[in-house]
Design a protein around this ligand. Sequence first.
Ligand code: PEP
Ligand code: MN
Length: 263
Amino acid sequence: VASLEMKSEPTAVTVGSLTIGGGVCGVIAGPCSVESEEQIMQSARAVKAAGATALRGGAFKPRTSPYAFQGMKEEGLKLLAAAREETGLAIVTEVMTPTDVELVAEYADVLQIGARNMQNYRLLEACGESPAAVLLKRGMSSTMDEFLLAAEYVLSRGNERVMLCERGVRTFESHTRFTLPLATVPYLHARTHLPVVIDPSHGTGVASLVPPMMHAAVACLADGLMVEVHPDPPNAASDGPQSLTPDAFAAAMTTCGKVAEAV
Ligand code: PEP
Ligand code: MN
């Protein structure tokens, strides 16, 4: 269903303030985790002012360590909905289990399926039956065929609003957290009508590397960006080292606008 043989024109996914695809580079930005009302509101206002079209923030967090912050759960979802109320930004947030899909979709516009769950087939099916749009992240060791077949699990259950997200893969290299293959964008554009989003935050793990990868993603015609932005990165509950300050994000967005004009 995702292939260009089935549908030759690119799919644009629109949910509220967010459009991904169809020549528009949508920008989803916000903290890795929702931490408090003040933190998410500050983040929402800042990313909106810089031109983001959706707010991200994890309420259910898939952490490597079970002792690390696991997210605010439903309380976090409520704060995200309040941020949408104030700013009008569409909400993108992760869902980790099939049984939480209904709850998360009550508050969110886009269900994020995390890299660690790309092949959680029951979760993919449950998201395929949800009225919410889906942002499917590439598994950190997945091939393109596995990625596209994971998208088929969602599409085949009737949900047509699927966005693919390249978030970096595991390699032998350790100077970055993951390795970000931007060639995924033109490669997938030649294979699927689904829009392709780049996540340079998880893709590099290093805040200083994020703005150049945002610019490069726009230059290779990515349909969207997902960027972690935090009002106080050193004190973030998760992914502080890769989070941009609001000022750094605004500067990167200005350059992205210039790059978009040039390509
Ligand atoms: C995230 O977006 O915060 C996240 C956990 O991403 P990934 O699933 O790509 O690691
Ligand atoms: Mn994160």
